[in-house]
Design a protein around this ligand. Structure first.
Ligand code: FAD
Ligand code: UQ1
Length: 412
């Protein structure tokens, strides 16, 4: 059995970055990170792995190499939370007693929710998915052998992490086919469950133009419900008329799976809302009922799109506010909902950055809704370095400070 001042459940982007901050002020035995994985992935690179620009190894580090040295890593999984008793039980039967809890479990890929999908992904078929480190590389194999016919890209009927990624891989496919003189033989279709192409209107307007220019068909409110990989057929439902199902033949099917918080968390109705997300105050990141509980990243109820960029902006808020609570004060720092999505459109990129109201909150003093080559380099080279070197060591709170500098004190 273990006892500590701060327990962080999950050593992913948000958990690891916040652990790094606390490792500077708490002794090793008072800071426990509960994380079952051997490897930590920089998931934003999976998109470029699928497009063939990177290898999956580029996105992978050993968990022990990214966690701060001054913390206690328990390689195990949270199984049950008792927030009233300040206890977490683990899969291997340990009891962890904490004074303060930070939930950072992220969200899980639920390929199992679509009949026929897991079977298809486990075999060499024309079905692929950049979302899992297990399947991301194979996406490029499917792309390389795609000669003609239908390439279909999906967006599921649940909240997902990086809501831009399902269409980024479509643009990367378009770009690859054009550079290999095969584009005229392939029809590209993006089927999304959402009623819009992108939540922030400024960027949505730009993306509609990209789709038109590149001859990509977009179907809104269209949800994948079954995959029959032996006959290369996908079945979609019209979310506005669920009885209306359409069967489509494909030569490439890229699937973004439904996602949800881990069941061990969502089943705890004291901690989570009806959708299974940790019920925190959207400004302070503090739990609405348990003052000693905070959450960060994809598992939170905050209405921002789930991105590592958002988690970065949340680390400072969580750190400062948890510290305040530890000192008997109230949380004061406010998260503005900052999220960012580098929308790779081929060898260029639209760098979407916005707040809770989906209003642009751009770092650079030029129009970021324009496709730019420089922003592709930022995505491919600068951001991974920033993630490994700064964010995971607790030194990156998102670009807010940099943005203010770029705008010389004008704007937000
Ligand atoms: P994660 O980093 O996923 O970490 C969660 C951790 O919790 C994991 O290590 C997991 O093992 C652990 N865990 C789970 N359950 C338990 C349990 N029961 N007990 C203990 N530990 C547990 N973001 C961007 O900002 N820009 C992008 O361009 C971008 N592109 C993306 C592209 C793809 C294909 C994907 C998949 C993601 C992308 N993201 C992007 C999103 C980004 O990766 C996530 O938003 C970010 O990693 C969230 O951090 P997190 O700490 O909440 O969750
Ligand atoms: C960011 O801070 C971040 O977190 C590390 C990302 O995740 C990989 C991003 O994709 C982006 C765009 C940002 C924002 C950073 C800058 C420099 C605009």
């Amino acid at each position: 059995n273990f006892k500590c001042k701060l327990l962080i459940v999950g050593g992913g982007s948000g958990g690891c970055a916040t652990a790094a901050k606390f490792s500077k002020i708490l002794p090793k035995n008072d800071l426990i990170v509960l994380e079952p994985s051997d490897f930590h992935y920089y998931q934003p690179l999976f998109t470029l792995v699928g497009g063939g620009a990177n290898k999956i190894e580029d996105a992978r580090r050993r968990e022990e190499d990214v966690l701060p040295k001054n913390c206690t890593w328990i390689k195990d999984r949270a199984l049950e939370y008792s927030p009233g008793k300040n206890i977490v039980l683990t899969e291997n039967g340990h009891t962890i007693n904490y004074d303060y809890l930070l939930v950072a479990t992220g969200i899980e890929l639920r390929y199992d929710k679509i009949p026929g999908l897991l079977e298809a992904l486990e075999k060499p078929t024309d079905v692929c998915s950049i979302y899992s480190p297990k399947y991301a590389s194979y996406t490029f194999e499917v792309l390389k052998k795609l000669q003609s016919g239908n390439a279909i890209f999906t967006f599921p009927n649940t909240p997902i992490k990086c809501p831009g990624a399902p269409q980024k891989i479509c643009y990367l496919t378009d770009h690859y086919l054009r550079t290999h003189n095969r584009r005229n033989n392939v029809k590209l279709t993006y089927n999304t469950s959402l009623p819009v192409i992108f939540s922030a209107k400024t960027y949505a307007d730009a993306l509609w133009i990209v789709c038109k220019e590149r001859d990509i068909n977009v179907n809104l409110r269209t949800n994948l419900v079954r995959v029959n990989s032996d006959v290369n057929e996908a079945i979609f439902e019209n979310l506005d008329k669920p009885e209306e199902k359409t069967t489509v033949k494909f030569n490439m099917l890229h699937v973004t799976p439904p996602m949800a918080t881990p069941e061990s968390l969502s089943k705890n109705k004291q901690l989570t809302n009806s959708a299974g997300f940790v019920d925190v105050n959207k400004d302070t990141m503090q739990h609405v009922n348990f003052k000693n509980v905070f959450a960060i990243g994809d598992c939170c109820s905050t209405p921002n799109p789930k991105t590592a960029a958002a988690a970065a902006a949340q680390t400072k808020v969580v750190f400062e506010n948890m510290n305040a609570v530890m000192k008997g004060d109230s949380p004061r720092l406010v998260y503005d909902g900052y999220a960012s999505c580098p929308l790779v459109t081929g060898d260029k990129c639209i760098l979407a950055e916005f707040d809770y109201d989906f209003q642009p909150l751009e770092t650079f003093p030029f129009n970021q809704a324009k496709e730019m080559r420089s922003m592709y380099h930022l995505k491919r080279t600068l951001l991974p370095a920033l993630y490994w070197k700064l964010m995971l060591n607790g030194h990156w709170n998102g670009p807010a400070a940099f943005r203010k500098l770029m705008h010389l004190g004008f704007g937000k």
